[in-house]
Design a protein around this ligand. Structure first.
Ligand code: AMP
Length: 177
């Protein structure tokens, strides 16, 4: 991606202090989504950076990961698989509990979403501590998916989520803060 486009994407992400709680600097991606040119560059840039040209399934994490994951899946002519918060998926599920900064959370995937041996990319808007992505990757592995990599629009590098994901395949982030 050319440096000018990358700088435009950087500039478009809006910092919202103290959301959803005091001390968190929230990276608001909605100004990128609302600009068709920037949004398209973001999707193309994420795919280009990964070097992946063919994959069976793209898994997106509830909820902003759906936005990026679904478009990445369409561009790569892959299937899209949602990983959702507890109790949202209608069919039989596989689930995993994981630790958040405060307390725990639970995410689920349909048990037939990925066939053993299928290639899979994970997509989410932002890599923070890596807890959510690690849990999603655990679910993909449990179904026998072959992980080609994890794609994020943004990485908060100071939280070192990348360290947590180190053993799960290549990690790509278009913007780093
Ligand atoms: P984590 O499990 O800590 O990597 O958190 C990742 C999830 O939390 C991502 O799906 C993000 O959407 C969200 N998230 C965490 N921190 C932020 C932040 N500072 N700004 C926006 N979203 C965030």
């Amino acid at each position: 991606m050319d440096p000018h486009t990358l700088a435009s994407l950087h500039a478009a992400v809006r910092d919202v202090p103290d959301f959803p709680q005091p001390g968190i600097l929230f990276k608001d991606i909605t100004p990128v989504l609302s600009d068709p040119r920037l949004f398209s560059h973001a999707i193309d840039g994420m795919i280009e950076q990964s070097g992946v040209t063919s994959v069976d399934k793209v898994v997106g994490i509830d909820a902003r990961g759906f936005i990026f994951g679904a478009l990445i899946a369409q561009r790569l002519q892959a299937g899209f698989i949602p990983v959702r918060k507890k109790g949202k998926l209608p069919y039989r599920t596989r689930g995993v509990d994981y630790a958040l900064e405060y307390g725990t959370a639970h995410i689920e995937i349909h048990e037939d979403a990925i066939a053993p041996g299928e290639t899979v990319l994970l997509a989410d808007d932002l890599l923070a501590t890596g807890g959510t992505a690690t849990a999603a990757l655990d679910l993909i592995s449990a179904l026998g998916g072959q992980i080609l990599g994890s794609l994020f629009f943004i990485e908060l590098s100071f939280l070192q989520g990348r360290e947590k994901l180190r053993h799960t395949g290549p990690i790509h982030a278009l913007l780093t803060y």
